[in-house]
Write a protein of this length. Structure first.
Length: 70
């Protein structure tokens, strides 16, 4: 999915749905969840880590990715 951590609406809803997906795939270790930020200038590794913690993302199952802001 595509997110940004300062998103006040749809990103929160989408992330909450991904929490449900994470719960439903708990017994399928081969399935991963990947979220890409569309705001890399703000969503640093540290910011994404805090966001992942907020939603109890399971390490090595749910990834939050950022990149260079160009």
């Amino acid at each position: 999915g595509f997110i940004f951590t300062r998103c006040p609406g749809i990103c929160i809803d989408m992330t909450n749905q991904l929490v449900r997906v994470q719960e439903s795939i708990a017994k399928s270790p081969e399935v991963k969840i990947v979220c890409f930020t569309v705001d890399p200038a703000h969503d640093t590794v540290e910011v994404l880590k805090a966001y992942a913690d907020r939603y109890k993302a399971v390490k090595d199952r749910w990834y939050f990715l950022t990149g260079k802001d160009t």
